[in-house]
Design a protein around this ligand. Structure first.
Ligand code: AMP
Length: 115
């Protein structure tokens, strides 16, 4: 089972630089990093995007993803200087992979607005 490249990473069908894993989430380095630290945090179940999320139904999973982001930020030593979490949803946001993911970006000063 699995529709996207991220499902293949979960199933170890294609390689990835995995930095963190729990029963519910997986985190691995983005193949095209946009910052010195650029890690994707994904749920192990298939949810295409934020559009399919419900705060109530998925509160545990969302909590797990945020906990993972904090744990990875600490591990990567970007927690003190600060970091950015990004969720792209749909075409206008430039979402390319339709398996929910949080981008964890850090290691440099970020610009705002993001463009
Ligand atoms: P988004 O535009 O929010 O859908 O982001 C998808 C991200 O996945 C992009 O930053 C890609 O560089 C990244 N990506 C695509 N394929 C892979 C892969 N095989 N391993 C790691 N990152 C990937």
């Amino acid at each position: 089972m699995g529709n996207t490249i991220f499902s293949k990473i979960i199933n170890r069908e294609i390689p990835a630089d995995i930095v963190y894993e729990t029963d519910s989430v997986l985190a691995f380095r983005d193949i095209k990093p946009q910052a010195p630290t650029h890690i994707l945090i994904i749920p192990k179940i298939e949810i295409p995007s934020v559009r399919e999320l419900s705060g109530k139904e998925h509160s545990q999973l969302l909590g797990d993803m945020i906990d993972a982001a904090n744990a990875v930020a600490k591990k990567e030593k970007i927690d003190q200087d600060g970091f950015r979490l990004v969720l792209n949803c749909g075409a206008n946001a430039g979402q390319e992979v339709y398996h929910l993911h949080i981008h964890l970006l850090g290691g440099r000063k970020m610009n705002w607005p993001p463009g």
